[in-house]
Design a protein around this ligand. Structure first.
Ligand SMILES: CC(C)(COP(=O)(O)OP(=O)(O)OC[C@H]1O[C@@H](n2cnc3c(N)ncnc32)[C@H](O)[C@@H]1OP(=O)(O)O)[C@@H](O)C(=O)NCCC(=O)NCCS
Length: 147
């Protein structure tokens, strides 16, 4: 697997990185993509005052000046896949992509990371749990991990 990453413009105060994943060793395989956001926690909090996520992060000791990472999009196996389209999944690509994102998260010293899964994305939910994320809102698919 090969990847490229680029900084993209996003609404302030978000610092956003777009990832592209390609598979030179397997040209049949469609490209994948992901997006990683970073916020300073105090810039994120006022917009999400009521949010369970903010409460959990504060409770876990995340400080106003700490950096918070957000997996905004995660489609390493390509877009448009349904839950049952498993042919390209469970081959380790999701985990490789996750590690690539986490290198940047670690490099920047983020104190926590979160993701919100789309409805019915059971595979993504299970994947995040295996990566050590805590689930805080079943209905909204809210997951976070303290780093
Ligand atoms: C969620 C998703 C991204 C996971 O990606 P993936 O490529 O299947 O992830 P992996 O293959 O790394 O891991 C899945 C499991 O497959 C198995 N697996 C991994 N490598 C394997 C291999 N080489 N051979 C056999 N099984 C393997 C393991 O059980 C692994 O679990 P682990 O995390 O405990 O190692 C994938 O299901 C997907 O593309 N879903 C559609 C897109 C989507 O829903 N995105 C989120 C929107 S909110």
């Amino acid at each position: 697997m090969a990847h490229t990453e680029e900084k993209i413009e996003w609404q302030n105060p978000v610092d956003a990185i777009q990832y592209h994943f390609t598979f030179p060793e397997n040209p049949e395989r469609r490209p994948g993509d992901a997006q990683l956001f970073f916020y300073v926690f105090k810039d994120f909090m006022p917009r999400n005052r009521q949010d369970l996520l903010v409460q959990q992060l504060e409770g876990a000791g995340v400080q106003p000046d700490d950096l918070l990472a957000h997996i905004n999009e995660f489609y390493p196996n390509g877009r448009g896949l349904k839950e049952e389209d498993t042919a390209s999944m469970a081959k380790g690509v999701g985990s490789q992509a996750y590690e690539i994102l986490m290198q940047e998260v670690t490099r920047r010293g983020a104190k926590a990371i979160y993701a919100v899964t789309a409805t019915g994305r059971k595979r993504m939910e299970e994947f995040l749990k295996r990566k050590g994320f805590n689930e805080i809102g079943q209905e909204r698919g809210l997951f976070y991990k303290i780093l």
